[in-house]
Write a protein that binds this ligand. Sequence first.
Ligand SMILES: Nc1ncnc2c1ncn2[C@@H]1O[C@H](COP(=O)(O)OP(=O)(O)OP(=O)(O)O)[C@@H](O)[C@H]1O
Ligand SMILES: [Mg+2]
Length: 248
Amino acid sequence: METAMRPIIRMTDIVKNFGSFRALTDVGLDVGEGEIVVVIGPSGSGKSTLIRCINQLEVHDTGTIEVDGHTVTRGAGLAAVRAEVGMVFQSFNLFPHMTALRNVALAPVRVRGLSWDEANQRARKLLTRVGLESHAEKYPAQLSGGQQQRVGIARALAMEPKILLFDEPTSALDPEMVGEVLDVMLQLARTGVTMVIVTHEMSFARKVADRVVFMDAGRIVEQGPPEQIFDAPRDPRLRSFLNAVLSH
Ligand SMILES: Nc1ncnc2c1ncn2[C@@H]1O[C@H](COP(=O)(O)OP(=O)(O)OP(=O)(O)O)[C@@H](O)[C@H]1O
Ligand SMILES: [Mg+2]
């Protein structure tokens, strides 16, 4: 059946300008249901802009985006998209005056109309899933960066999204906390949720990705399975990017 093969995200000919600067040029990207796509590329290449267009944190100028069959064209169709797409940011964006539990339970109550009882129960399960069962009553300032980011992931999961977007979820963390967040993401990747991840963690990308997408100067330059991208890169820009990041 053709419908069974339909990508859950379909971006076609996307152009995004910031003033006179073109951040995305004719970007086309299809992501299959349950697929894990990792986006890599130099600073300023448009990685964040690309994934922010998926949930319309940035509104593209031309081209079309479909999310699970809903067309999101220049900001229209937003509600349908927001219901299905969760996002985890580099900075955790937790509410500082709310406990971890409340941070996770809030949106299901406000947006979905769950009772606090039910939302709290579910939030506790999610905090357990990210290894934070004993930290539910703490405020963000009482948690490490890695723990805060795991709360951020639990918060995204609380809305039961079909798609999770991650924009450099570990780049604000001290090195010793990166692993615990990547471990949670690896577990999630095995649950069948669709993930699009921007990261500079190349060994993680190799481990988790079904497909790696390399961007440069607002375009997708090369994409393929991790073995192809990391072991047999074709485009010279990808080769020099990998030389630069892997030599550290
Ligand atoms: N709100 C904005 N206003 C103007 N220019 C912007 C805006 N957001 C992004 N840009 C520009 O668009 C280009 C792409 O930015 P983007 O944040 O997508 O890059 P990136 O690949 O995520 O980089 P990094 O690895 O540093 O996060 C950059 O040149 C950036 O300066
Ligand atoms: Mg970015």
